[in-house]
Design a protein around this ligand. Structure first.
Ligand code: FAS
Ligand code: PHB
Length: 393
């Protein structure tokens, strides 16, 4: 077994782990990222597309936002359509000038990898059988297998950035860990197509046959979603069927303007709300999807990972550079306050816009009433807007 040492062992080379690694390195805190997959595999995943200003600011701080500013699109509003009715939510007017930036998580992850390479960061890909040891001591470590050998990485802290299916969360003892979960009775079928976006801004559409979302990655690359049954498979959705279903769910003008094309990526994602409390235990700190999951309706998943990393990076910098443990002790409560507000918003948007199989006529009337109230009230629109652009860190 080889033995090496670092200050912070980061499990997971997705956006959470990479952003934390970059911020710590910029503050001269030694760290190693252990990622179970290859870099190509990580970069092949198509996920989020909407960045809150807080995340953009953090990427500026991490010195990885050059391409984001050159290629990302700042959006000052979006459309919410409800069957034959529609409403534009004017983020800028309702939040004193705030907006969101549309830029793919895949590109953000690529930018982070390139920045880590430029700084000589240590990222171990295909790190298998990662195991966290002695978290309740002042000498924790992580063991893993790589290139046919077993390795031990001694550290002072472990950051669990290994996503929902990672190993870190379960290292918090069952007697300590509390989990809250809701699984939604449908999924999102997502398609990426090399076609011009159907509209300048995102369109969230609710119809009696289900939800649809028109999003984008650039002026020539579009991202679309339709709600689908949980037991559907992408083989049930040839491109022609997808495009016809999308057209039937979006406003007529958008359906007429829609440019269809071959899908270059197609996947079905399940929807769930999930939170693990606490988000830290002894020398282990969870961040991002390792600690929480939101349905993508509110575009909060990646953005919540960002606020976790904002709090955790500052706490670790304070510990190593200023000798204070206050931030580490407060991390879980601080992060969870913002997590639960984003969970609420994502749950609310999902309940407003989706067709639930078990819904009664009354439930559908409640959805219609919610939309009619939203359309009639600047206050209600401002509440949606301030959550969508991102609550303060
Ligand atoms: P990630 O899951 O991105 O990264 C965790 C990393 O840890 C992965 O690279 C994984 O390989 C690695 N890992 C796992 N187990 C490990 C182990 N044992 N050892 C070492 N490494 C390990 N959010 C939105 O805002 N909008 C969306 O539209 C959206 N769509 C999504 C679609 C899908 C299918 C999924 C799964 C998520 C989606 N999300 C979306 C949420 C997503 O963007 C996450 O919030 C974001 O990836 C969080 O980043 P991380 O916390 O880094 O977790
Ligand atoms: C996306 O572009 O992938 C996207 C945008 C907004 C969402 C979810 C996904 O709410």
């Amino acid at each position: 077994m080889t033995i090496s040492e670092t200050q912070v062992a980061i499990i997971g080379g997705g956006p959470s782990g990479l952003l934390l690694s970059q911020l710590l390195h910029l503050n001269e805190i030694d760290n190693v990222v252990l990622e179970q997959r290859t870099r190509d595999y990580v970069l092949s995943r198509i996920r989020a597309g909407v960045l809150e200003q807080g995340l953009v600011d953090l990427l500026d701080e991490a010195n990885v936002s050059q391409r984001l500013h050159a290629e990302g699109e700042v959006h000052s509003g979006c459309e919410i359509a409800f069957n034959d009715d529609a409403l534009r939510i004017d983020f800028a007017e309702l939040t004193g000038g705030k907006g969101v930036t549309v830029y793919g998580q895949t590109e953000l992850t690529r930018d982070l990898y390139e920045a880590r390479d430029e700084m000589g960061g240590t990222i171990v890909h295909e790190a298998n059988n990662v195991q966290l040891q002695d978290l309740d001591s002042d000498q924790p470590s992580v063991t893993y297998e790589h290139s046919g050998a077993t390795h031990q990485l001694k550290c002072q802290f472990v950051a669990g950035c290994d996503g929902f299916h990672g190993v870190s969360r379960s290292c918090i003892p069952n007697s300590v860990r509390r989990e809250y979960s809701r699984v939604y009775p449908f999924g999102w079928l997502g398609v990426l197509s090399q076609t011009p976006p159907v509209a300048e801004e995102l369109i969230y559409a609710a119809t009696s046959s289900g939800f649809a979302l028109c999003s984008l990655r650039s002026r020539t690359l579009s991202r679309y979603y339709v709600q689908c049954p949980l037991d559907d498979d992408i083989s049930d959705w040839p491109d022609d069927r997808f495009w016809e279903e999308l057209k039937s769910r979006i406003p007529a003008a958008a359906a007429r303007a829609l440019v269809t094309g071959a899908s270059i990526e197609k996947s079905i994602a399940p929807l769930r709300s999930f939170v693990c409390e606490p988000m830290s235990w002894k020398r282990l700190f969870l961040a991002g999807d390792a600690a929480h999951i939101v349905p993508p309706t509110g575009a909060k998943g990646l953005n919540l990972a960002a606020s976790d990393i904002y709090y955790l990076s500052r706490a670790l910098i304070d510990y190593f550079n200023n000798g204070t443990e206050t931030g580490l002790g407060a991390y879980s409560d601080k992060a969870l306050d913002r997590v639960w507000m984003a969970e609420r918003f994502s749950w609310w948007m999902t309940n407003l816009l989706h067709r639930f199989p078990e819904h009664s006529g009354f439930d559908e009337k409640m959805q219609r009433g919610e939309f009619t109230y939203l359309k009639s009230s600047q206050t209600a629109q401002a509440a949606l807007a301030e959550n969508y652009v991102g609550l303060p860190y």
